[in-house]
Design a protein around this ligand. Sequence first.
Ligand code: SIN
Length: 523
Amino acid sequence: MSSAPSETDFLVVGAGVAGLRAAIELASAGRVVVLAKKEVTDSNTQWAQGGIAAALSDEDEISLHLQDTLLAGDGLCNLEAAKLLVEDAPARIEELIQWGTEFDRQGTKLTFGREGAHSRSRILHAHGDSTGREILRALYAKAKTLKNISICEFEFSTDLRLQDGRACGIHAIGKMGEQRQVAASAVLFATGGMGQLYRNTTNPAVATGDGVAMAFRAGAEIGDMEFIQFHPTALYLKNAPRFLLSEALRGEGACLRNAELDRFMAKYHPLGELAPRDIVARAIMHELEVSPAKDPVVYLDLTHLDSKKMRLRFPRIYATCMQYNVDMTSEFIPIRPAAHYAMGGVRTDLEGRTTLPGLYAAGEAAATGVHGANRLASNSLLEGLVFGARAGRTMREELRSRSGRPGSHPRTTTSDGPADASTESTIRHIQDLMWKDVGIVRTGAGLRHAILRLEELRPPTIKPQTRRDHEAQNLLAVGMLVARSALAREESRGAHYRTDFPDHNDAKFLKHSIIKGDSIRFN
Ligand code: SIN
């Protein structure tokens, strides 16, 4: 695995599903450099358990997948984007299978699971609960066969480079702390999510919103940042990570019990445990709040389900729970909600173009509007595939019409030692603030408080030198974007819930929030 060269035709920042799928699309048109912040396997894609949705079964229809996607999005999906997502899904999945992805089957037939807010069983899984890992493995293997693609690990992109208002490369820090510039004709941000904004998250440590923060600093439009999806069921144990307990467990019949061990979801929604995620997450928060127990949790209960089947269907979840001495087949699993997915990001059109010439975005870092105010389960790996491919194709086509080659740039060296205690405490401060004031249940007063506190943390308090400093700077930037958008949206919709504005306000807010610099508008 080499370090990043000083110039290339196409630069892809991020090596998850969207980045690798785009790189494969680009490889026929020029040199493609893919930068992974850490190892290729450090991504939300690698961690994705739940699966990938596509209307492929005999009982399913593309129109039903579309309908479920739109319903989950709570009125705010971009219809054209959602149509593309569900219509392109079968072809993208077939292609993955051709490239060696081993989805779970019964005999030769693909098996389809059910998840919350899906009207049909349409979720493909791989190795039970390791779908993202298997897709990434196959995409990586495919990318390795294409000689134009170079994948460089431990290359941390710190800022976008602009020339005459056009993206022309990035600044980065290499593995040994060396600072470099990589010039490119076109840049794709496929940098994934920002779950690390919150104290509790299902996301890996790399998910610090880097692409969104870099694009914002460079002057791109950012959209829909108030919509952060909280997954209802993350493992909640002292000294254990907030490991995701896939919704597919509830799809198989697992139920939720409060601290008194009573089932409660029927009180909140007719679909019970399979209600949309925002409703389940809020129901859990409410149960926690009203519980007389001192440090309450709620529980996921699958003890009534066939234990052998559960171990086989969810090998990774079973093994992880066992690591923390919880045998999920005979004990209730303590859980709480955790930040999981950002519906917002760098605004793009349907072909991945951002508002900055030469800069494209795809996957979780992008905001096409495909998920509206709330993403349907198992539409995110699909989004990365569909819109990664589309962005790659557009970059390829648009390169042909550009003349001139990127220039090369010298490297300079710096040190990149470990982050100091104040950086870590700043990050912790941001995460606590976001969890408390910009979390699952929001109020105007809480949001204003968060914005004030975040303002106080702005530079010069944070002067980015190390990678961790840059992450802190990025978290601060995206935290501010989420809080500002959430304050401006004076209604509740999808994953954004305010007790001071608990209803929809379609007349004013059936629109996307758009931030550019200091201005915010709805359109
Ligand atoms: C899950 O397995 O519950 C997560 C799937 C997703 O977020 O789409």
